[in-house]
Design a protein around this ligand. Structure first.
Ligand SMILES: C[S@@+](CC[C@H](N)C(=O)[O-])C[C@H]1O[C@@H](n2cnc3c(N)ncnc32)[C@H](O)[C@@H]1O
Length: 494
């Protein structure tokens, strides 16, 4: 990174690269699901789209979505050369022809000849940059997003994150005063803040979130922390502030990309839900929900004027779903929200999983299945969406999807497994069946790599991870009987 590139970052950390994260909420499948469920006629899964990701980091989300959605064009931009060069090496290994990776700042991107986009995404960006860069992003969106297009945008949220502001200030103040490498200064600043907690500073006693978060921070890698907490800019916003910034561009709130967040039943106590009943204004309603849920982070989808709506009775029509969770495992399906541990309606979830046990199906297919008889369509839709939120069901590409995705996905996964052989990097693998990523542990990736090479999988794991051979052989046996067939159903592994 040269000096001018560092100064172009305007205080964003450039000395060390970030961690490699994959987010299904950035992908077309989750946008289609969340928006269609909320009554918008978002493009169906498998539609040809042009998607732009801003501040893509290592670009893993876009790499996975580009490999598995060959019918669409993807562009991803980031200022850090290490991020973009690594992303390019994976794009080359997967021979992706539908992905353009740009090493560029948001300022430079303003003058880059970008095509009209159906979707513009950014994760971990809006809260971590300055006003000038937020204004540039708005300019890019204003100029490039098509009418009816989608913006997916995550940010630190108020009021839930309020007590993180003084904790970040405490660490950042110390970070600025110190000398040494970024890693050293990050570590020392965290130790300093933790020391104040140990010294029984009343701040930590009075702010449970900061009290718990500082211990979590102390256990994290410096490269994650540097990008998360030690940029010159770090902000938290009320939803209304973000909605008001996007309104002049003709954008309005469409839903959360994290589908479970949309469902009041799993997030808001029954009595508190009454306070939403009179709230017709979507911005006020969402802002009040943030108080009811004490929300710390949001992953919003905004839609530009021009997106049509669908009749309630037609929501998710034609969309395919797949599940690797057998109905007998229904009691293992849980999620954690502000209400504590939540779970889907047992009877309806069992019915859906039974209907999906035979392979991908649409809502209409499911309603014809004997297990779902008597369940009204709208309840079936809500149950399927909840199960997606609980990660027990995935939206899937249509059966007639462009099969170029299969070869590209296999090549991308192979490159990811080879990286896993070198060191722990990411759990993301790509599924040509869902069009999204799947979380696969490093050990599982090594099993898959050895199988692809025709080698003995436990031998490779023992060599790379230096684990006890008997234990690894037992785990491989279990993998072969359970996890492997589930991954193969998703088109991952041979
Ligand atoms: C917190 S990271 C998030 C990365 C990725 N989206 C993720 O969620 O894993 C923010 C990213 O924005 C990029 N970034 C920050 N300022 C930028 C700028 N002015 N122009 C382009 N990219 C920038 C950083 O290099 C970094 O990769």
């Amino acid at each position: 990174m040269n000096q001018s590139a560092a100064s172009a970052a305007e205080g964003y950390v450039t000395e060390i690269p970030y961690v490699a994260g994959y987010y299904r909420d950035l992908g077309p499948s989750m946008h289609a699901l969340a928006l269609q469920w909320r009554g918008f006629a978002a493009p169906p899964i498998g539609a040809p789209l042009t998607c732009l990701e801003l501040g893509c980091g290592y670009g893993l989300s876009t790499l996975v979505h580009a490999a598995t959605n060959p019918q669409s064009q993807f562009i991803a931009a980031d200022i850090l050369p290490e991020h973009i060069n690594t992303a390019k090496s994976f794009a080359d290994a997967a021979q992706l022809t539908n992905l353009t990776l740009l090493e560029t700042s948001f300022e430079e991107l303003l003058n880059h000849p970008l095509p009209p986009c159906d979707v513009i995404t950014m994760h971990g960006v809006w809260s971590w940059i300055n006003d000038a860069n937020r204004a540039r992003i708005l300019e890019i969106v204003a100029a490039r997003l098509k009418p009816g297009g989608i913006v997916a945008l995550s940010y630190n949220t108020l009021p839930g994150y309020a007590s993180m502001l003084p904790l970040r200030e405490l660490m950042m103040r110390r970070f600025r005063e110190l000398e040494g490498s970024v890693t050293e200064r990050v570590k020392a600043s965290v130790v300093f803040a933790q020391g104040l907690k140990l010294a029984e500073a009343a701040f930590f006693a009075h702010h449970p979130l900061a009290n718990q978060r500082i211990d979590d921070i102390a256990g994290r890698a410096a490269r994650y922390l540097a990008h998360e907490y030690f940029n010159a800019d770090w902000h938290a916003f009320y939803h209304a502030q973000v909605a008001e910034a996007l309104k002049p561009l003709g954008l309005s709130f469409g839903g959360s990309a994290q589908v479970l967040d949309n469902i009041d039943e799993f997030n808001i106590p029954k009595r508190a839900r009454l306070s939403l009943e009179m709230e017709d204004d979507v911005t006020s309603r969402e802002t009040i929900r943030d108080y009811l849920m004490d929300r710390q982070f949001r992953f919003d989808l905004f839609v530009r004027d021009g997106m049509k709506t669908v009749d309630d009775a037609d929501r998710l029509r034609g969309m395919h779903f797949i599940s690797g969770t057998p109905p007998q495992n229904v009691d293992n399906i849980t999620g954690q929200t502000i209400l504590g541990q939540v779970r889907p309606d047992r009877t309806r979830a069992t019915a859906v999983l039974t209907a999906l046990a035979g392979g991908p199906a649409t809502i209409d297919d499911m309603s014809r299945h004997p297990a779902c008889v008597g369940i009204p369509r709208d309840k079936l839709v809500d149950t399927v969406v909840a199960l997606v939120g609980f990660a027990a069901v995935e939206p899937a590409l249509p059966p007639n999807a462009d099969d170029r995705g299969l070869a590209a996905t296999q090549r991308l996964n192979r490159a990811l497994w080879e990286r896993a052989e070198m060191h722990e990097w990411t759990r993301a693998n790509a599924s040509p069946v869902t069009g999204s990523g799947v979380s696969v542990s490093r050990e599982e990736q090594l099993f898959l790599l050895a199988r692809a090479r025709g080698e003995d999988p436990p031998t490779l794991v023992v060599k790379v991870l230096r684990e006890n051979e008997m234990d690894v052989r037992a785990r491989y046996q279990a993998f072969s009987n359970g996890r492997l067939p589930a991954l193969q159903k998703l088109g991952i592994g041979t």
